[in-house]
Design a protein around this ligand. Structure first.
Ligand SMILES: [Zn+2]
Ligand SMILES: [Zn+2]
Length: 287
């Protein structure tokens, strides 16, 4: 007599319910925190109306129209700030506020001008290129409360400060120091001008990290990114000023300038962050 076949339905083991890819609790918390800073669902080119060119342009154009004047104003103000600090550093009247006596870089003037000039043009090019490619992914013109714009700007800067801290520490690795970051450290006692004395790779990495920080939170309001970019670029000049001003209002900037001076002069293994002392304090690399 033939053995009856087993009832496949009776033996079937129910498959476990589909699960979302496992995420560590801290990553879920971070994602939720970053998402809170988004005011509205993302506007992207893919959600644009069918008339492709018109759709994309209708999203990107208002963003560019609002952002470009602010970006150009930032470049102009930073140019004036840079000019003032360089003049103050070398002047008789304000030279007394230098952290220490001048120690010119041991690099030919021609090379210095070439490197700084290239970095200036390159960073402006990368900034405009990024805007052209990612404007609608980075920014929105959707009406946003002022407090949220401020929170977005602070959020971008805090995230940037921490990821830059990690990247800067990594750049102190022997090989990266030799081929990339060592260029910047040729300036043992920098002035504001030497904030531009970098390997172009480092210039690109700095800007890319700001873009990554914005993408992690954003799209943020146009004013939030404009404010974050202003702080990012201005602080980069100020921490290299090599000056300590007696005005009490300048105290926080003096502290950051001194901190970065030590990173260049005698404590290469300390003070890696660029905007706040927070990452250095947290990871015990503050001097
Ligand atoms: Zn360094
Ligand atoms: Zn520096």
């Amino acid at each position: 007599m033939a053995t009856p076949l087993p009832d496949t339905h009776a033996l079937a083991i129910p498959s476990p319910p589909a699960q979302a890819p496992g995420l560590a609790p801290w990553r879920i918390a971070l994602r939720l925190a970053l998402r809170c800073l988004r005011p509205t669902p993302r506007e992207t080119r893919s959600t644009a109306p069918a008339s492709t060119l018109g759709g994309a342009a209708s999203i990107v154009l208002p963003i560019m129209t609002a952002y470009l004047p602010l970006l150009l104003a930032t470049f102009a103000i930073d140019g004036l700030i840079m000019g003032f600090f360089v003049w103050a550093f070398h002047s008789k009247a304000l030279g007394k506020y230098r952290i220490m006596d001048e120690r010119p870089m041991k690099v030919a003037k021609k090379t210095q001008i070439l490197v700084m000039g290239f970095n200036l043009v390159f960073s402006v090019g990368v900034t405009f290129g990024t805007l052209y490619l990612l404007a609608d992914r980075l920014m929105t013109t959707v009406e946003t409360p002022v407090w949220l714009i401020a929170l977005q700007a602070v959020g971008v800067l805090v995230v940037y400060d921490f990821i830059y801290y990690g990247a800067h520490r990594l750049m102190h690795n022997k090989k990266l120091m030799r081929y990339v970051h060592g260029v910047h450290h040729r300036a043992r006692y920098p002035s504001a001008l030497e904030s531009l004395y970098l390997s172009p790779i480092e210039t690109f990495v700095g800007l890319a990290l700001l873009v990554i920080a914005t993408l992690m939170i954003g799209p943020v309001h146009v004013y939030a990114l404009a404010a974050a970019f202003f702080v990012y670029s201005t602080m980069n000049i100020m921490v290299h000023s090599g000056l300590l001003f007696p005005n009490p209002l300048m105290k926080p900037f003096n502290a950051l300038a001194k901190k970065h001076f030590h990173h260049h002069w005698d404590h290469f293994d300390k003070n890696f962050s660029s905007l706040t002392p927070l990452p250095d304090l947290l990871f015990r690399s503050a001097f």
